[in-house]
Design a protein around this ligand. Structure first.
Ligand SMILES: [Zn+2]
Length: 114
């Protein structure tokens, strides 16, 4: 859902969805190595947490309770940047995302409207 919206703070590249076998959610991960690039701070986050965060922040920013689609996020120029975790990326034992690692921005058009 967030491909093209979620970005890695280490290299600025997109995060890509990776399936977790046996889990209802996956992870968004930095794919710098797949592009033959080196990312010194490759980011990754559980997909359900990141999607929940993006939708929550979008609703806050636009003051809506309606369902939020991927198309809406893209049209609004939403960008979520994920920074590398402090503990080697072991986030599975946490109950939610470390939002200090997340940055949410809207496109120019909506910023002006606020
Ligand atoms: Zn990266």
């Amino acid at each position: 859902m967030l491909t093209g919206i979620a970005h890695c703070s280490g290299c600025g590249g997109r995060l890509y969805f990776a399936v977790r076998k046996g889990y209802p959610y996956g992870d968004y991960v930095c794919r710098a190595t797949a592009r033959s690039e080196v990312c010194t701070a490759s980011a990754a986050m559980r997909s359900d947490w990141l999607e929940e965060y993006a939708v929550h922040r979008y609703r806050e920013a636009t003051a809506t309770d309606a369902a939020v689609s991927r198309e809406q996020l893209l049209e609004s120029g939403v960008r979520v940047t994920v920074a590398k975790g402090r503990c080697g990326g072991d986030t599975t034992r946490l109950r939610g995302p470390d939002t200090s690692r997340l940055t949410f921005t809207l496109g120019e058009g909506l910023d002006a409207a606020n």
